[in-house]
Structure formats: structure tokens, C-alpha cells
Design a protein around this ligand. Structure first.
Ligand SMILES: [Mn+2]
Length: 238
């Protein structure tokens, strides 16, 4: 039976994606969707994109894809975007078909058959998705006193969100998945030596309530720490 596998931030960790697909017994009937940040910081950005394409996988745009694309667009103009060493390293290895894949990524993907919406970072509760600031979808972590989006760490925006649809997101690397009533964060920091997490749903299945949410989550460990920026999750998912 066909399943939907939604995978967390990969950051070029191709081996761990292969491990995860093998762990869940991914087959040609299943479909793969990513929460974005497919590339940058990790060892094999092209390998991740090649594997994604070969599986017909979909993905939303992450802040790293967005930054790469905005840099590419600005290149050679007097407004050329300044990018960091790790972003540049990725930009240098990507081929035209990789860039085309990145350019095709939408800011959100709806999977109504699972009652789901996928965004990279999150959203401001109560605002229709079409009216969200793209910057919010790519970078939000918490909310201010007036409900405004904030990009630094704090209590996840997800805890104020009341759905529907259920939102699956990444961006905020934590030792374990973020489980909120109507949202699930699945960035468990594989590139920082943590784990790669995915939500696996059967045909037509919606994410269960928080008490059972872990029954649809799986994870595999990183082979090593590829990058020291950010958190280094230590607590494995049981
Ligand atoms: Mn991100």
C-alpha cells in the first residue's frame, strides 16, 4: 500500500536519507516529500538532489534553497548577495539540473488526503497561507506578544496553531521531534550529528493526536557530525 514519507532537513546528508529509505522499506508506490533545506552544511548536496529527483520526490523551499536562489539571481549585479562559505561551497558544485530542481520548489505543499500542509519553518496562526510573508514560512521559530513572527529560538509557533490542516515543518533543529496538537516539527539535526526523522503515513492517514504522534515518526542516526553550527541533539528518539 502506498505511503507518504515526509523527511526532515537533510542538508546534504545523502547517506542518512538512504538509510532512512531503507529502514522504512521505501518502495516505488510510496512517495517522498521533504520539508526543505535539502542542501548546504552537509557532505553531499548533489547526491541528495539526485536521489530526490530519481524518486520523483517533492519538497518545499527552505531558507537555504531560497538564499542560494537569491544569490544566483543577484550574481553579477551591483547588489550581489553576500553568502557564507558553506553556502558558496554548495553553490559551486550544483549543476544546471540541480538549480532547476531548486527553482521548482514551492513555499508550501498541501496533502489534503492526509489533512496536511508542509512548510519549511512555520507560519503565523490565523493568517491564510496565501497571505503569509514568504520570509515567515522560511524562517519563523516563535511568536512575539502580538503574534508577530520571530526568527530566534523560543516556544515554537506551533503551540499557538490550532489547525486544520496539520502542519509538518523543519528548520528548528531539536534533539527530538516537536509535537504540538496540530503541528509536528521533524528537524532533529542530522547534519549536526543528530538524527534524520520522517513522518510516515499510510494511504489516507492523518497524523494522530500528540499522545500517539510518535507512532508515525521514525528516525535514523547521523553517521557523524558534519557541521558544528547550531545544536547537537543528544537524546535519541525511542
Ligand atoms: Mn532552515
Amino acid at each position: 500500500m502506498a505511503r507518504t514519507v515526509i523527511v526532515g532537513d537533510l542538508h546534504g546528508c545523502r547517506r542518512e536519507l538512504e538509510d532512512l529509505l531503507s529502514y522504512v522499506g521505501f518502495n516505488e508506490d510510496d512517495r517522498l516529500v521533504s520539508v526543505g533545506d535539502l542542501v548546504v552544511r552537509g557532505p553531499d548536496p548533489r547526491g541528495v538532489l539526485k536521489l530526490m529527483r530519481s524518486l520523483g520526490a517533492r519538497a518545499v523551499r527552505g531558507n537555504h534553497e531560497d538564499r542560494l536562489l537569491r544569490w544566483k539571481e543577484s550574481r553579477g549585479t551591483d547588489q550581489e548577495l553576500v553568502i557564507g562559505k558553506l553556502t558558496r561551497k554548495t553553490a559551486e558544485v550544483l549543476r544546471p539540473r540541480d538549480w532547476r530542481f531548486l527553482e521548482s520548489l514551492p513555499l508550501w505543499i498541501d496533502l489534503p488526503e492526509h489533512g496536511l500542509r508542509i512548510v519549511h519553518a512555520g507560519l503565523v496562526p490565523g493568517t491564510p497561507i496565501e497571505e503569509q510573508n514568504p520570509r515567515t514560512l522560511l524562517y519563523v521559530r516563535t511568536l512575539g506578544h502580538r503574534g508577530e513572527p520571530i526568527e530566534i529560538r523560543g516556544k515554537s509557533w506551533a503551540h499557538w496553531y490550532e489547525g486544520p490542516p496539520h502542519v509538518v515543518f523543519g528548520h528548528n533543529a531539536l534533539p527530538a521531534p516537536e509535537i504540538a496538537p496540530f503541528a509536528t516539527g521533524i528537524d532533529t539535526g542530522v547534519v549536526y550529528g543528530g538524527r534524520l526523522t520522517a513522518m510516515v503515513l499510510r494511504d489516507g492517514e492523518s497524523p494522530p493526536p500528540p499522545s500517539d504522534r510518535r507512532s508515525v515518526l521514525v528516525s535514523v542516526p547521523a553517521h557523524r557530525m558534519y557541521c558544528q553550527i547550531g545544536v547537537r541533539p543528544r537524546t535519541p528518539i525511542p
